[in-house]
Design a protein around this ligand. Sequence first.
Ligand code: HEC
Ligand code: HEC
Length: 369
Amino acid sequence: MLKYLPLLLLTLLLSACSDEPAAVSNEENPLVTIQIPKYLNKKLNITTGNAPTVKGVALGRMLFYDTQLSADNTVSCASCHKQENAFNEPRATSIGIRGQVVPRASMSLTNKVWESRYMWDGRHTNLEALVNDPITNPIEMGSDWASVISKLKADARYAGKFKAAFGANAEVTQENVSKALAQFIYTLQSTTSKYDRYLNGEEQLSPAEKRGFLLFTTHPDPNRGVRGGNCSDCHTIGHLGGDNFEFLGFKNNGSVPSFTGNFDKGLEQFTRNPADRAKFKVPSLRNVALTAPYFHNGSAATLEAVLDHYNSEDLFNRPLVDTTITHGINIPGGTSLGLTRQEKADIIEFLKTLTDTSFITNKAHSNPF
Ligand code: HEC
Ligand code: HEC
C-alpha cells in the first residue's frame, strides 16, 4: 500500500492544480437531488463534472432570465421559454432580437435529464454545448461571448456568484456561464401531474381520461377488433417522448406535407442521410396542453388539429411518413387511422392529465430579478 502513496499524492496535487473547475459541492453549496419516480429512467443525462449544486442552479436561473445575454439586452432565454408554458411559448415560431423570425417553434424544457438528444434535428447531446447556439445565433440573441462576459463582469448582482458556484478560482467564462445554464435546466422536473399521480396509484383517471390513455397506448388491430390511437409507439410511456436512451426518438410523423419548395429537413440536416428527411424529435407530451401551437413549425394550432392530423386521409400519402403511422389502422383495409370523434376527444382528455400546475408555478424556477 505504502508504495502507492507518492503516486496518490501526485494525483491529488495534480487535481488540485488543474484548471478544470471541479464540480464544487460542499457544505455551503450542496448537490441538488433529483427525485426519480419509479416509472422513469434511473439514469440521468447529466454531463460529468457538472452535477447541479444549489449555487450553480441559482446562478443558472439568473442567467436564464437575463436579457444581457442578447446583443441589445432585449431577449433572454425566458423570452422563448416561458415558465407558464412549461418553458415553451405560445407562438408558431420564435421571435429573436430586432423582431427577427426564427424558422422553428420553441421547445419545452421539461425533464431534459431524461433525454439524450436535443433540438428538433437532434444536433446536440450536451446542454452545456447547446447554449452557445441561442446566444450567438444572429436571429435569436445575436450576441458574442466577449460581450456577454464583459456585461456580466460589470454587473454587481453577479459579484461572487461564479466563485460561490464553481470554486474560489472560478471566473465569468463561457464555460461557467454554459455550465450554470445547463444546471438550471437539469432541475426543471415535471413529475407531479395527474398522470404521475395515476402512475403512482395515488389518483384515478376519469372514465374519458382512462379511455384516452388506453387508446394512446394501444396499437390497433382491426382484425381482432382492437381499437387504438397508436401514439405510444412513438411517444413512450413515462416521459411520453421518443427518447428513452435506447430508442433515439426521431420520426417522420407527416408534419412536412411535401418535399418541394422551402421545407425543414429535420434530422437529415444533422446526419446528411436522405433517409432521415423530415424526421423530427418525438417531443415529450408532458404539459402539452400548455405548449400550443404544435410541431417544429407550429403548423397545428390546437390539440384538436393535432388529432385531426394523425387521423387525416391525406397523412398516409405524405413523403417518407413513418410505417408506424401507415400500419396503424382501425378499419380493415383503411387508409387512415380512423378514430371516431369521441375517441379523439378522449385522447385529448388524457393529454390534459399531463399538465403539471405545480411545475409551472414553482417559485424555484421563476424570474429571480
Ligand atoms: C428566440 C427564441 C429563443 C431563445 C432566446 C432561446 N431559445 Fe431555446 N429554443 C428555441 C427554438 C426555436 C428551439 C428549437 C431549435 C431547433 O430545433 O433548431 C430551442 C431549443 C432549445 C433547447 C432544446 C430542447 C429540446 O427538447 O431538445 C434547449 C435546451 C434550449 N432551447 C435552451 C435555451 C437556453 C438555455 C436559452 C438561453 C441561453 C435559449 N434556449 C434561448 C428558441 C429560443
Ligand atoms: C411515427 C411516430 C409518431 C406517432 C405514431 C405519433 N407521434 Fe406525435 N409526434 C411525433 C413527432 C416526430 C412529432 C414532432 C413533429 C414535428 O415537430 O414536426 C410529434 C408531435 C406531437 C405533438 C406536438 C408536440 C409539440 O410539442 O409540438 C402532439 C400533441 C402529438 N405528437 C401527439 C400524438 C398523439 C396524440 C398520437 C397518437 C394519435 C401521436 N402523437 C402519434 C411522432 C409520432
